[in-house]
Ligand binder design. Structure first.
Ligand SMILES: *[C@@H]1O[C@H](CO)[C@@H](O)[C@H](O)[C@H]1NC(C)=O
Ligand SMILES: *[C@@H]1O[C@H](CO)[C@@H](O)[C@H](O)[C@H]1NC(C)=O
Ligand SMILES: *[C@@H]1O[C@H](CO)[C@@H](O)[C@H](O)[C@H]1NC(C)=O
Ligand SMILES: *[C@@H]1O[C@H](CO)[C@@H](O)[C@H](O)[C@H]1NC(C)=O
Ligand SMILES: *[C@@H]1O[C@H](CO)[C@@H](O)[C@H](O)[C@H]1NC(C)=O
Ligand SMILES: *[C@@H]1O[C@H](CO)[C@@H](O)[C@H](O)[C@H]1NC(C)=O
Ligand SMILES: *[C@@H]1O[C@H](CO)[C@@H](O)[C@H](O)[C@H]1NC(C)=O
Ligand SMILES: *[C@@H]1O[C@H](CO)[C@@H](O)[C@H](O)[C@H]1NC(C)=O
Ligand SMILES: *[C@@H]1O[C@H](CO)[C@@H](O)[C@H](O)[C@H]1NC(C)=O
Ligand SMILES: *[C@@H]1O[C@H](CO)[C@@H](O)[C@H](O)[C@H]1NC(C)=O
Ligand SMILES: *[C@@H]1O[C@H](CO)[C@@H](O)[C@H](O)[C@H]1NC(C)=O
Length: 797
């Protein structure tokens, strides 16, 4: 009993005394350190280095580590790579069987040096900063130098295959993004990875290019950090390749040195005066890479900073910055990713005009040189901005070297490039509540304006070949005209001005006629656009109302500001006296009219896609472009097909170009028989719903591949007028009659029925019953349910 008691006393007093007293670096077997403030680390003979628990910022967490003990910063040079911090009360023991063992306060083993056998004699904290487990034969069984964390020290040597991992941040020692790997081939590379478990990104920030010739033997290759702070790679024939040359005169060799791969990805060699007066600090001797922000070769990964961040090089180190409108995902990780202050969504764009919803943060000089999803060249700064504004996928655009690069999130490898003076446009949403959500009616007034057409039906027959209509659309012009200046202070567009002579040359003297519309003749032409020959369509206007050049240009600008994949794009115009011409991109596949009414019928799938495309184009014209445009003449002749058979609406905005003065009003013509909404003929309100009606007729034509009005004597009663015929078939549940011999459509009954129902909804005589184009588009796409439509003309006999 007394014996045991004696031992207890002995252990309580002697062991702490031992740890205090020991400064020969020897650590006997069975020694234990506990993670708390009172813990005395195991010191090296000189006291320069200590092994033990270092208290972290969070006072209840400790790090098992080796640090410089004689300087105020107690700079950590080694730690256990697999367990960043441990709670108060954790222990580390030098165990005879397994060497160093780290346990949490409950005694659960967190880490060990493992497999030391029972040869272990003692531990030793060397003055070099190396903690060594010595065997009975004085051999080294384990040393911390062989398992570096993020730092190497003078006299430390690494074999090929060794890795330094950066820590997560200055004070968080879990594994960070960067790794310095001494590859088996003798190359030293600095790479990054996104997550600890993932493979390395293919971005190499630094490469020593010291890989050995293929046939030489592996032995002898090692990385050496010398007493003067220089890293060298020693090759098998004893040649040395120095990594990083100090720009300063090398400091005195008594100084402390270390080379650390910091959490910002910079590998640097530092020195620190040995006799610290308290004010001195670590000074950088050299660092690699030279500019970590420049990751020109990066294909994946975020770059030195996180996603959506901008990297600035300050004194050789990256300083990451979230652009305006973006904030750090993790506020404690300044090198982390930034998130935008809005959620990008294509659905949302459709709730209002892009211009109302979004604006841009403009950053001169910033560039995210990777991950473009679209490149437009040539382009202008204004054109680039507009293109991004109206593209719901576009989160940012970079304008550089006359080229527009559209980007989606997340942006990567952001930096201030200074090369080619890039301008970055970052989209943000102006307010949280997008205007114009159905029902909330916060849409500005000018979008919903209806006007009373002061006309009465002047013709006597419904089928007047030419409908005499008071320029209802011109009325829109008068109302919207005021808004032009308001909504477009600059009126800037990407339009090119052509001289008449240029267009004469481009069209070879107006030789090849493409078609005749109500405004004039369209000619085919060729144009050199950025050293490439492109086909164009030149429309020669024969009746233009605007008296002054200014008005004409204002209107042309309005058209030029539109940008949608389902609209024919206006490239430019000519305005020389009486010669007023519009230049459009050429649509290789002609009009929908010539495509649709052929045998065999074109594919049902393609037809449905075309219909949906037209609907989207109209949604844009009605609700999304900066000034509402009512087409007034939707018909198959005005829908063109591009190389990929995308529907492209043409001739929009023309109503405005045709405004006549009072006396000439009656000669102004718009609308085409068979497609014109009934309200044209009544003294009633006319709105964008006229386009919905025309679209409905067009949709039914697309479904049936027949014209809205057939002149032929028909076997079937009521066949002549398409809308009547469709209604009859629909009522009698004979949809198959509508698509006779069209097996593709017959096999797609659900879609067929949906399309027919939408078509009938659109051709309702009562314009208030007709859905808006947005709803039409959603119904076609199956996003919203389609109710059973009522009879389109309840007032008819
Ligand atoms: C941590 O060190 C051990 C050896 O102690 C090594 O096997 C392991 O791969 C290292 N882990 C990482 C993530 O570097
Ligand atoms: C400490 O390390 C140095 C360099 O590796 C070595 O020369 C020296 O013998 C070591 N000291 C002891 C006591 O092991
Ligand atoms: C063990 O090696 C160290 C240096 O490596 C030396 O100083 C020491 O005397 C050796 N001890 C024995 C018992 O050989
Ligand atoms: C260190 O960072 C990692 C990764 O972000 C996190 O999981 C961990 O909780 C952090 N540790 C401390 C002590 O903050
Ligand atoms: C990382 O890998 C380890 C071992 O393969 C696994 O246990 C761990 O769940 C992985 N972590 C993640 C985040 O995938
Ligand atoms: C390298 O080895 C291959 C066979 O392993 C041999 O054919 C070739 O000549 C060697 N090249 C040199 C430069 O020694
Ligand atoms: C390289 O140097 C070491 C010692 O400095 C020497 O033992 C070895 O023979 C040398 N090897 C060659 C190939 O010169
Ligand atoms: C550091 O201080 C010690 C005594 O405190 C002195 O002997 C030594 O010369 C000093 N070294 C330097 C580099 O100042
Ligand atoms: C040394 O620099 C580090 C990081 O810049 C800083 O946290 C520390 O306070 C400095 N120490 C002294 C003694 O100035
Ligand atoms: C988002 O950021 C932009 C740019 O700084 C700012 O104008 C806008 O008000 C922000 N939106 C929100 C909802 O904070
Ligand atoms: C800038 O654009 C021109 C023509 O578009 C191209 O030839 C040149 O290589 C580009 N310059 C750079 C640095 O990309």
């Amino acid at each position: 009993m007394a014996y045991t008691f004696f031992h207890l006393i002995f252990f309580i007093f002697l062991i702490p005394l031992c740890s205090l007293a020991q400064n020969n670096g020897r650590v006997p077997l069975g020694s234990i350190l506990t993670a708390n403030e009172a813990s005395n680390p195991w010191l090296s003979p000189s006291g320069d280095f200590a092994f033990g628990f270092q208290q972290l910022e969070d006072k209840d967490l400790f790090l098992l580590s080796i640090w410089y003990h004689n300087i105020p910063d107690k700079t950590v040079v080694w730690y256990v790579n697999s367990s960043d911090s441990v709670p108060r009360g954790s222990t580390v023991k030098l165990d005879a069987q397994i060497g160093l063992v780290l346990r949490d306060p409950q005694g659960f083993q967190l880490w060990s040096t493992n497999a030391i056998s029972n040869q272990l004699d003692h531990g030793f904290m060397n003055d070099t900063g190396n903690f060594v487990l010595k065997g009975r034969d004085n051999s080294s069984l384990w040393e911390s130098f062989s398992f570096p964390a993020d730092t190497i020290l003078p006299l430390q040597e690494l074999e090929t295959g060794s890795v330094l991992n950066s820590r997560h941040s200055e004070t968080n020692f879990s594994q960070g993004r960067f790794s310095l790997r001494f590859l088996d081939n003798g190359d030293l590379v600095l790479t990054a990875r996104t997550l600890p478990n993932t493979t390395y990104d293919d971005v190499v920030y630094y490469d020593s290019q010291t890989s050995k010739p293929t046939n030489t033997s592996n032995s002898g290759y090692r990385l050496v950090f010398n007493r003067n702070g220089i890293i060298s790679i020693v090759t098998s024939n004893n040649q040395t390749e120095q990594i990083g040359s100090p720009t300063l005169f090398p400091p005195v060799s008594e100084d402390y040195f270390r080379a650390t791969l910091a959490s910002d990805g910079i590998l640097a060699s530092y020195y620190h005066p040995r006799n610290s007066t308290g004010n001195q600090n670590w000074t950088v001797l050299w660092s690699k890479p030279d500019d970590i922000c420049d990751t020109a070769a990066a294909a994946t990964g975020s770059g030195a900073c996180g996603y959506n961040s901008i990297c600035n090089l300050v004194n050789g180190r990256p300083v990451c910055e979230c652009p305006d409108g973006y904030t750090l995902l993790d506020p404690n990780d300044k090198y982390g990713s930034c998130m935008p202050n809005y959620t990008q969504s294509c659905g949302e764009v459709e709730q209002g005009t892009a211009g109302e919803l979004y604006d841009f943060v403009v950053i001169n000089g910033a560039d995210w040189p990777r991950s473009d999803y679209q490149v437009m060249t040539p382009s202008t700064e204004v054109g680039c901005r507009e293109a991004c504004l109206h593209d719901c996928f576009c989160a940012a655009a970079i304008f550089r070297n006359n080229t527009c690069y559209k980007k989606k999130l997340p942006l990567s490898n952001g930096w201030n490039s200074g090369v080619l003076n890039p301008v970055a446009f970052l989209k943000y949403r102006k307010s949280d509540a997008p205007p114009g959500i159905e029902g909330s009616s916060s849409r500005p007034k000018d979008r919903e304006t209806l006007i009373v057409v002061e006309s009465v039906l002047l013709g006597s027959s419904f089928f007047l070949n030419i409908l005499l209509i008071v320029a209802a659309c011109s009325g829109f012009y008068l109302i919207y005209k005021k808004n032009i200046v308001k909504s477009h202070p600059n009126g800037e567009t990407n339009l090119r001005y052509f001289t008449y002579k240029e267009l004469v040359e481009a069209t070879n003297g107006f030789k090849e006629e493409l078609g005749r519309g109500s405004f004039g003749i369209v000619y085919k032409g060729e144009l050199q656009i950025s050293s490439k020959s492109s086909a164009i369509a030149v429309k020669k206007l024969d009746r233009v109302a605007q008296d002054t050049e200014k008005e004409f240009r204002a209107e042309v600008n309005t058209i030029g500001q539109t940008n949608h994949k389902n609209l024919v794009r206006l490239l430019g115009f000519c305005d020389e006296g009486q010669n007023r011409l519009l230049v459009y991109e050429y649509m290789r596949n002609g009009t929908l009219s010539s495509f649709l009414f052929t045998t065999p019928k074109p594919s049902w799938k393609l037809r449905t896609q075309i219909a949906m495309g037209i609907a989207r184009g109209l949604v844009y014209l009605h609700e999304e472009c900066s000034i509402q445009i009512i087409h007034c003449d939707i018909k198959p002749q005005n829908i063109l097909l591009d190389d990929y058979y995308n529907a492209r609406i043409s001739d929009f905005g023309m109503a405005k170009l045709l405004v006549m003065n009072q006396s000439r009003t009656l000669t102004n013509i718009r609308g085409t028989k068979g497609y014109v909404a009934p309200e044209w003929f009544r003294n009633t309100q006319v709105s964008a719903k006229v386009d919905v009606y025309s679209f409905g007729v067009l949709l039914l034509e697309i479904i049936c591949c027949r014209r809205s009005v057939e002149d032929i004597e028909s076997v079937e009663e009521g066949y002549a007028i398409l809308t009547d015929w469709v209604w009859d078939c629909f009522q009698e549940r004979r949809l198959d009659t509508l698509v006779e011999n069209d097996s593709e459509a017959l096999n797609d009954k659900t879609m067929l029925e949906r399309f027919v129902k939408v078509g009938i909804w659109c051709v309702q005589e009562d314009s208030s019953i007709r859905p808006k184009m947005r709803k039409v588009s959603q119904m076609l796409e199956g996003i919203v349910e389609v109710m059973v439509p009522p009879c389109p003309s309840p007032f008819a006999s």
